[in-house]
Design a binder for this molecule. Sequence first.
Ligand SMILES: Nc1ncnc2c1ncn2[C@@H]1O[C@H](COP(=O)(O)OP(=O)(O)OP(=O)(O)O)[C@@H](O)[C@H]1O
Ligand SMILES: [Mg+2]
Length: 440
Amino acid sequence: MNNLDELIATIKQTDTYKRYGKVLRVVGLMIESQGPIANIGEVCYIHSSNNRRPPILSEVVGFHNEKIVLMPYAEVSEIGPGCLVESTGKPLSVKIGPSLIGQVVDSLGNRLDELPLPKGLANYLTEQSPPNPMQRPPINEPIQVGVKAIDTLLTVGKGQRIGIFAGSGVGKSTLMGMIARNSSADINVIALIGERGREVREFIEKDLGEEGLKRSIVVVATSDQPALMRMKGAYTATAISEYFRDLGYQVNLMMDSVTRVAIAQREIGLATGEPPTTKGYTPSVFAVLPKLLERTGTNQHGTITAFYTVLVDGDDMNEPIADTVRGILDGHFVMDRSLAERGQFPAINVLKSISRVMNQIIDDEHKQTVQQIRSLMATYEQNRELINIGAYKRGSDQEIDRAIAYYPKIQTFLKQDVFEYKTLDESIEMMKDLLNGGMN
Ligand SMILES: Nc1ncnc2c1ncn2[C@@H]1O[C@H](COP(=O)(O)OP(=O)(O)OP(=O)(O)O)[C@@H](O)[C@H]1O
Ligand SMILES: [Mg+2]
């Protein structure tokens, strides 16, 4: 009986007619069509003129008088005037489930190796609202990241959102691989947006490795893909993280890079006729970023601890994307080229970095130790030039003498080989020992 009711309900909800429109013109990335009746964000199929190719998936991105403006998810070919546009009546959804763990998928949730998806996955909309701020539990517990410099001096909380600011080639991918392998999260969701194809394979095989992939889902949208696909990669990865957060998981989301997401949104904006107002970025970029980044963090079921990389050219931290992202997130880690050049890896500049929830989640002894180490490092940095040219005479200032004595020990402690693994507690113990005369 129950079954029958369900069937009747399904029939009632099913669209009994299909809504079609016709392609009028194609301008650059945009396809204009007369009908169907569809809302912004809805997915439509565009059928090729001779039906030889599978229909092209596209999304309604705007209106123009009575016409709708579509943007395709794939390269467009074999489309001409009069091609049929069929509305699905729904925004984009992807298939998600626990059996997706260990897979590499594209922005639409299909496997990159083109094999069929595992069975038993659920449909999940890629665009969701952020959790209600009043229902967000506060961050009150540290999460093990498995990188000594971070666990000790920049402790991250479960559900914290961090920006990793770095130029090219300073060790972002290596750092993300380390976090994915070493962290205490239940699952990693890794979004690779706008990377070159070669880098994707390198990351999965070298940085993440088999061990890392086993507890990860990787979402890939390479630089050669249409802007909408690159943008959707960020949504899909966030949606996958949300799905697991709702199941009560502690999720790690790593997005490399949010700058390329912003660039994709700019391309979409410019194509739909937005003006480039802030250093070439369109207004929608600054509307989309907070909405996307607010989706992660804690909710009443679980947590998404998120790491978003931001590309900074020549350490220009005031570039508009860097500035916006820094304002939204609960902390930023700066990776410094000068450290990488000195072979100081991971090249995190601790003094320029901050974890804004750290003080709420660590004990007093940890706090005091961190303060002492930071002040030793700061004293050394302030006097680095004098010390380096030999202008500083030992004995003239007790503080500087102490900073010089501790400097090599602190640097050695902060260095970490790619495959070196330390738990959160081990790292904290090591840091405390460092001040107590250990680690000689
Ligand atoms: N922890 C580490 N220990 C030793 N070497 C490291 C470490 N992290 C990074 N490196 C070195 O830095 C190089 C660049 O690292 P990586 O590819 O991770 O940088 P990236 O910022 O992702 O670069 P790109 O901008 O090209 O994507 C690596 O090839 C490696 O030699
Ligand atoms: Mg990289």
